[in-house]
Write a protein that binds this ligand. Sequence first.
Ligand code: LLP
Length: 432
Amino acid sequence: MKNNMIATQYDGKVLTEIAGFSISQLVAEQGSPIYLYDAEMIRERCADLQVFETVRFAQKACSNLSILALLKEQGIVVDAVSAGEVLRALAVGYSPTSNPPEIVYTSDIFDREALQVVAEHRIHCNLGSPEMIEQLAEVQPGAEVTLRINPGFGHGHSQKTNTGGPQSKHGIWHEQLPACLERAKACGLTVVGLHMHIGSGTDLEHLAQVCEAMEKCARLVGPSLKTISAGGGLPTVYRAGQTSMDLAQYHRLWDAVRNRLATEFGHAIGLELEPGRYLVAESGYLLAEIRAVKRMGENLFYLVDAGFNNLARPILYGAYHPMAICPVGGRASSENRDVVVGGPLCESGDIFTQEDGGVVSRRSLPTAQVGDILVIGCTGAYGSVMGSNYNSKPLAAEILLDRGVLRIIRHRQTVEELIANERSALETVVTR
Ligand code: LLP
């Protein structure tokens, strides 16, 4: 298989190489489970978005320092949703004070740690709740700010990723914008940006509705406005039948809004896009070893050594990920079987082939045996970052494949590291 494979090329098939590296050799040397990222795929996705002048990576999708550094090299700036994400961005050399700001803090609250970090580093903030206005003014007097607006509607690949409308906790409700502009003025903040993100994994039709809402809100802000952000949510093709978005058309819609506002306000208006998944999803593969092949009534199960502690998207959203089998020892499996794929966790929901609502489904995969490797694709976004230590499982290793070089960008967590902050009862210090 060639580099930069897309999901539909390998889904349900035998796959022996990723980015020119032998999968079985990688697992033999590095163990499993492993997250692998193909750097070239990330570069290709960055290039797709070149038409947008500012692309701000929603680093919550994949915040490993090496991935951030790779994106920085491609001219991508970042969004941060926590003190930790701000500190990651600073650690790879993003500047907090550039124009446009290379780091923007976007959240619906300031926890105390975040407020302290944004104050210390003068981070530009995108405020998602009215209370944040006074809280920020206290630590960054006279600052320029962006307001995140909930336009009253939203859309996503699952109800859990829909971030607009009255059921969503995100953003400032559109009808409260005039009051929030007053509040900002009263405490000396200047509103220079507006931001709308209606959800993840949506479509052009829904994303386009945002343009109109943005234009309306922008007029309420008036000429202090310098930048509008279309948010993220660009879909990724995970399976056959899904179509990719017409990015040129999407850009045209937003460019027209920006140009109308620029004419009206008499100065240039910056246009930002804030994708997470689009830039990194397809670059990532979760590799796991098949440890049991067993029959339960009419179902045949492949049980692997990665579970929802490594990849939570199937149990959380019934998300579909493409899968392939790498036979170990060079055996080529000749036929497919319909199988259920599960992990090692002591919980029946630990199934990778499930639909929304937890319905277990079957997948056609090549015949495999213990020792073969399951490759779960399109796991670069919201994969490793949503990993947990459930069942005291160490976090998986992360490896970046780039131009023939393999880099370990996070070593596999050890059990010693996992329990390092805990103390047995005898040593526990009691404070009152
Ligand atoms: N901007 C904001 C303000 C966001 O909240 C998000 C995602 C993004 C940008 C990036 O969205 P993207 O382009 O990646 O769709 N864990 C879920 C997705 C949660 C998204 C949270 N916010 C999943 O695995 O599908």
